[in-house]
Design a protein around this ligand. Structure first.
Ligand SMILES: [Zn+2]
Length: 468
């Protein structure tokens, strides 16, 4: 008998006792939502699994979790029958730019696309409306793929946050700061003032954590990076940033400062527990030790990094060293899709290939990175990332009935090597059912798609006229 079997037996025993007490006349405890009869993957410290389990939710939190018999102790206005589904913590996308769905598929196979294509397109076309609709569309895709929390960076970030609140998606939302006139700030570095305004607007929001997002070490000067470090400390604002992603970034910082990007950011004062660093491809062992000592969160974007042919970040080494490593998709111009389930197999297989060892980057490790690891990367692990009593109720149901999901011997292996985003049946965020049986309940998906097609037609026309 494995440990979790013993544990679930004991839980079953105690639940049976409690149920008996209840049947003797004690009133059932009230809850908001009961999810029962599912294969519950808790992702807690012991990796407990309840093969026929229940999760009880009240006031946005998990108030009880255990075998399905637990459900009898509670009454709730709504019960979800999770028969035939894995019930697990929602996936966390630790690095994305949701609004860039409007540009998805443009110039996918061209060199230097950031400067030659993306920046000019954004300069010409990005406005509030585009950011809102593109952001909402991208976040719907994430909810449909079982993502319950994100870290997003873009222009007009308040529009992305507004859309996320309507949809019911949790996240850390970073207002972009960059050293040239941006779509939302005519003066270089105007994003700093916008970030402060945005932060004041959303402070204390249960779903939205406002943040500041300096684009990268190579697109901001040191003086402004220092200002951002100070503001982040004063306002306790998370910082989202692309770090150690480009070979020319590494070369320039080496030439100008004789430092690695990680050493450079440490000297600036940005390397601390408020930083969520995306990519970290070009980091050496002493950089990794420094990232660990400074308690930095890491977003590992395997699929985007493969497509851009930049390199394989030492994510396994960082994870094994105890760093806060989560998974990200990057923007939809980089990785094209925004769900995390589609990343899992690539993360496992590329690290095996990179290490020439099929016994590394185990499926359970990859699922951990997608859930608890993501929560740790965002410094939200006390609230989300696992199904445990007291945590916020970010829960997904994944169907086990599809042809490719049968047979079902090992949940982690099935999730990493077989599951796809369309297997997600239901997505619950902050105790609210945002998608049920594949139907998004909070926004009109068809209406959003219609707006997207209109915006895309305008972009097509602009590209045809030669905006590059
Ligand atoms: Zn990015």
């Amino acid at each position: 008998m494995r440990f979790h079997d013993v544990f679930s037996f004991l839980l079953r025993l105690s639940a049976a006792t409690a149920a008996a007490v209840t049947s003797c006349g004690r009133a059932a405890e009230s809850a908001d939502l009961i999810v029962t009869n599912g294969y519950v993957l808790t992702m807690n410290d012991r990796k407990d699994i309840h093969e026929n389990g229940a999760v009880i939710i009240k006031d946005a939190r998990i108030i009880a979790i255990g075998p399905a018999s637990l459900a009898a102790q509670f009454t709730a206005p709504k019960t979800i029958d999770a028969r035939g589904a894995i019930v697990m913590p929602g996936m966390i996308n630790t690095h994305t730019h949701a609004s860039m769905t409007v540009f998805r598929g443009l110039g996918d196979d061209v060199p230097d696309r950031l400067r030659a294509l993306i920046f000019p397109l954004e300069k010409a076309l990005v406005n509030r409306e585009l950011v809102y609709w593109g952001g909402l569309h991208g976040m719907i895709e994430m909810v449909q793929g079982g993502v319950t929390a994100i870290a997003n960076m873009y222009y007009f970030e308040d529009e992305v946050a507004r859309a996320a609140k309507q949809l019911g998606l949790r996240g850390v939302f970073g207002q972009t700061v960059i050293n040239f006139p941006a779509p939302d700030a005519p003066e270089p570095y105007g994003g700093i003032a916008l970030a402060k305004k945005f932060a004041a607007e959303y402070r204390g929001d249960p779903l939205i954590t406002p943040a500041i997002a300096p684009h990268a070490p190579y697109t901001l000067d040191a003086a402004h990076l220092r200002i951002i470090a100070r503001e982040s400390e004063t306002l306790n604002l998370p910082v989202l940033m692309h770090v150690a992603e480009m070979t020319d970034e590494v070369a320039t910082i080496r030439k100008e400062h004789n430092q690695t990007p990680i050493e450079y950011l440490d000297a600036i004062g940005l390397l601390n527990r408020r930083l969520i660093a995306a990519h970290c491809i070009f980091v050496n062992d002493s950089d990794i030790a420094l990232l660990k000592a400074r308690d930095v969160g890491i977003a590992h974007n395997m699929v985007a990094n493969i497509k851009s042919a930049k390199g394989v970040a030492p994510a396994l080494k960082m994870f094994n060293a105890g760093l806060r490593v989560g998974l990200g998709t990057d923007g939809p111009m980089s990785g094209n899709t925004l769900d995390i389930i589609g990343q899992l197999g690539y993360v496992a297989k590329l690290h095996k290939l990179d290490n020439h060892d099929r016994n590394v980057m185990l499926a359970v490790t990859v699922v951990e990175m997608a859930t608890r690891g993501g929560a740790r990367a965002l410094h939200l692990e006390d609230r989300i990332g696992s199904l445990e009593t007291g945590k916020l109720a970010d829960v997904i149901l994944i169907d086990r009935d599809a042809t490719h999901m049968i047979p079902f011997y090992d949940a982690y292996s099935t999730l990493v090597y077989a599951a796809g985003p369309r297997d997600v049946r239901t997505t619950i965020i902050h105790g609210r059912v945002v998608m049920e049986d594949r139907k998004v309940l909070t926004v009109d998906v068809a209406d959003v798609a219609a707006h997207m097609r209109t915006i895309a037609a305008g972009i097509s026309a602009a590209v045809a006229k030669g905006i590059r």
